[in-house]
Design a protein around this ligand. Structure first.
Ligand SMILES: *[C@@H]1O[C@H](CO)[C@@H](O)[C@H](O)[C@H]1NC(C)=O
Ligand SMILES: *[C@@H]1O[C@H](CO)[C@@H](O)[C@H](O)[C@H]1NC(C)=O
Ligand SMILES: *[C@@H]1O[C@H](CO)[C@@H](O)[C@H](O)[C@H]1NC(C)=O
Length: 438
């Protein structure tokens, strides 16, 4: 995926639920129709929200009203992480927006989240996607505080401000605590057969992922740590999407890929090249016009910012404790993991949430169990004190809805509706259990 280089971290989302839809949406921002889109019944808006008139800084948004009965549906704000990646490019066009680009046209996404909510996608901070600052000094020193890195801090601000009736937040494969999250990578790679016993041993005894990352981002990578990292990279190979270790890769994005390999690529249910197609789509002049978007100070739209210089040391500031504060103030928190992601593996996340529940004195209200979508296990879940939930999405990537759209929509709608995840099959088929695992 193109935002691999952008640091592999945090896909986050926030849900701001209120009783009314956006009343300030300007009619000038209404989208007549996006090039190549099928006919739809809901309204779409896109445009700029000025955040600093003097510095000419503005954020770009895309808003898709709920497919049916928008006035009765909650408002959900979606933010991708990165830091520095686009919520429109990733969230709206590759994960759970109403459409997915395919060639010159947009295909209707049958599992779009605007079936359940009014979806607001925001490109933030300025410097990401179509969002801009005419005074480009802004780009040189962007940190968590200016961004709201991302959902937990922003949710905390919203709670303090009492401006909105915030009901809950859900965050997917998030960076919650630097050491725990990064160091769970080695075990994940090893247990999925991507690295050898010897390399796993090196991570445990010579140099671990949090050290490698810390050294690399401060430009002090030691030869010994560099050797461990290189050996792991060699073993994993570049033909693996580390955001979903079981999914095929989009071969056209791997530069040195041979033409012969290209022929081997199969057409499958998940379009692994959807990011490439989004990049092409959002760079079409007529698409930018339809979206009311402009390129200010950049020559093309990119999924992750090329102009921002993000304060990477901020990645080490834990956000897990903020989730605790939110829970204490009555905000529902769902943390979910696409279970095939090696960037922020479920192993670290599950431990962190479990420890947080203990720390808060929350008892388990739903013991660790499977949940279903249709007639298959869609993941595992555990709920603490009826307010803090953890769930895995089985077979899902770093951006869970990208590779498991159906399962992710069930997770999303259950969360919005305050319902427990489906506990059993809708109708009981003849399940044959595997006795060897009993
Ligand atoms: C541009 O922004 C920088 C820092 O963000 C500020 O110090 C500077 O005064 C601004 N320049 C102008 C012309 O306003
Ligand atoms: C990673 O390495 C550092 C430095 O040796 C060490 O303090 C830390 O405990 C290690 N973490 C893990 C999970 O092994
Ligand atoms: C949690 O469980 C313990 C042990 O069963 C019990 O003593 C305690 O009251 C429970 N706490 C809450 C908040 O329900």
């Amino acid at each position: 995926m193109p935002w691999l280089a952008a640091a592999t971290l945090c896909v986050t989302l926030i849900q701001i639920c209120s009783s009314s839809t956006l009343s300030t949406t300007s009619e000038a921002d209404k989208i007549a129709s996006l090039p190549g889109q099928p006919k739809v019944s809901f309204s779409q808006y896109a445009g700029y929200i000025p955040v600093d008139e003097k510095q000419q800084r503005a954020l770009f948004y895309y808003f898709a009203e709920a497919e049916a009965d928008p006035a009765s549906k909650p408002l959900v704000l979606w933010l991708n992480g990165g830091p520095g990646c686009s919520s429109i490019g990733a969230g709206a066009f590759c994960e759970h927006g109403p459409f997915k680009p395919s060639g010159d046209v947009l295909l209707k996404n049958d599992y779009s989240w605007n079936k359940e909510a009014n979806m607001l996608y925001l490109e933030s901070p300025a410097g990401v996607g179509f969002s801009y600052s005419v005074n480009t000094s802004f780009y040189n020193s962007v940190d968590d505080k200016m961004t709201g890195h991302y959902v937990p801090q922003l949710a905390k601000l919203i709670v303090q401000s009492k401006l909105f009736n915030l009901k809950g937040i859900a965050i997917g494969n998030p960076l919650l605590e630097f050491n725990t999250d990064l160091n769970s990578r080695a075990e994940f790679f090893w247990s999925h057969g991507l690295i050898s016993d010897a390399t796993y041993e090196s991570f445990n005894t010579i140099c671990n992922y949090s050290q490698i990352r810390r050294q690399a981002q401060s430009g002090t990578l030691t030869p010994v740590c560099s050797r461990v990292a290189s050996e792991a990279s060699r073993e994993i190979s570049k033909y693996i999407d580390t955001y979903d270790v079981t999914l095929d890769v989009c071969l056209s994005t791997i530069s040195s890929q041979s033409a012969a390999l290209n022929k081997l690529q199969q057409t499958e249910k998940i379009d692994v090249c959807v990011e490439d197609k989004t990049l092409k789509y959002l760079n079409r002049k007529e698409v930018q016009e339809a979206l009311h978007a402009r390129l200010i100070g950049i020559s093309s739209w990119t999924v992750c910012s090329d102009v921002l210089s993000y304060e990477m040391q901020n990645l080490e500031i834990p956000t897990i404790s903020i989730l605790g504060e939110l829970v204490k103030s009555g905000i529902h928190v769902l943390v979910y993991s696409g279970d095939q992601d090696s960037a922020i593996p479920l192993l670290g996340t599950r431990t962190l949430v479990n420890n947080l529940a203990k720390q808060l004195g929350l008892n388990t209200t739903v013991p660790y169990r499977v949940w279903f979508e249709e007639s298959q296990v869609a993941g595992w879940t555990q709920v603490y004190g009826d307010i803090l939930s953890y769930a895995t999405v089985r077979g899902a990537s770093h951006e869970a809805p990208f590779s498991q759209p159906e399962r992710s929509l069930v997770l999303f709608s259950s969360f919005l509706g305050g319902r427990p995840l489906p506990e059993g099959l809708m109708s009981e088929p003849a399940v044959k259990t595997n006795k060897y695992y009993q």
